[in-house]
Write a protein that binds this ligand. Structure first.
Ligand code: ARG
Length: 306
């Protein structure tokens, strides 16, 4: 039951803009602990299959003209494949994560170090967060708003640190806290998709599963995004909301059927992805993808920060 509220009169033209992504191959991916309700350490993981599925996702991005860089996976960090959690990069400023659970603690420094490598040229390495902050798992930029989840992982103190160290006010970006209430949707990116920031189309579009949010957060979302796509329980439960959008193509679980139809109705092109192995860790497309946004005021390429 995925529905579009208050359909706009005409669907604007969607346009893809080239993006820069960081991904981590699931070389050491496994489910050996349970830090979210999706994880069952007794169910086996097929690593070869996980790698093949991950390669297909990477190829899907590259086929649409996106740049993908890869961070070296580390043994003993089975969740490192979820690159979105490694940090947050806005306006060329890169802040690495501070994880809630000790099992993932070493991932913060690993992602931080990547910002010192030649591939990260142009991004300013700010180091690791001091407060609990799980990167783009909980922090989703849409235009001049940084939607910021809290309740299970990233804390309000983490939000405050992000605002300060990424100089959000100076960049004209407002942080919008959103409280999550369902443990299955422990990260904002499991409950909400950023689809179009409106930079080209003039229309800002998100999708979300209302029940994942507190009443106050639902009110905030209704106010900010009256035309949002509302995603029902079935599509949410295959982590269908955990998508990457380039403004036109929406890379999402091939199991989210109603949501894919709603995307088509709104002018997007859904690209179905099979990530059945990394799903066992409680993640999907977006979890595997950290977006790197260069400093638009310092770059001369067509890649602009939006
Ligand atoms: N097993 C990981 C955890 O619970 C999954 C993280 C998924 N990543 C995401 N961006 N939601 O932390």
């Amino acid at each position: 039951m995925t529905q579009t509220t208050a359909m706009p009169q005409t669907t604007p033209q969607r346009t893809a803009t080239p993006r820069h992504y960081l991904m981590c191959p699931p070389t050491y991916f496994d489910v050996v602990y349970a830090i979210n309700p999706w994880m069952d350490p007794s169910s086996p993981v097929d690593t070869a299959k996980a790698l093949a599925q991950w390669e297909a996702l990477r190829a899907a991005y590259e086929a649409r003209g996106h740049r993908v860089d890869v961070i070296e996976p580390e043994p003993g960090l089975p969740d490192m494949v979820y690159a979105a959690n490694g940090g947050i990069v806005v306006g060329g400023r890169a802040l690495a994560a501070r994880f809630t659970h000790p099992e993932r603690a070493a991932e913060g420094p690993a992602y931080d170090r990547w910002f010192d490598t030649p591939a990260a040229e142009g991004y300013r390495r700010l180091g690791e967060a001091v407060e609990t902050m799980e990167g783009e798992g909980d922090l989703l930029l849409i235009g001049k708003l940084l939607l910021a989840g809290t309740g299970f992982r990233t804390t309000p103190a983490g939000h405050a640190e992000v605002a300060e160290r990424l100089e959000l006010a100076e960049q004209g970006i407002e942080l919008i806290p959103l409280e999550l209430v369902d443990p299955r949707y422990y990260h904002l990116d499991t409950a909400l998709s950023v689809l179009d920031d409106g930079a080209v189309s003039g229309e800002t579009v998100v999708a979300y599963h209302p029940e994942a949010f507190s009443p106050a957060a639902q009110e905030t979302l209704r106010r900010l995004f009256p035309d949002a796509i509302l995603v029902g329980a079935d599509d949410a439960a295959v982590l269908g909301l955990n998508v990457v959008s380039d403004g036109l193509h929406v890379f999402l679980s091939e199991r989210a059927h109603d949501y894919a139809d709603a995307l088509k109705e709104r002018g997007f092109v859904p690209v179905g992805i099979d990530l059945s192995e990394v799903f066992k860790g409680g993640g999907s497309v977006k979890c595997c993808t950290l977006e790197l946004r260069p400093d638009a005021t310092a770059t001369t390429t067509e890649e602009t920060s939006r």
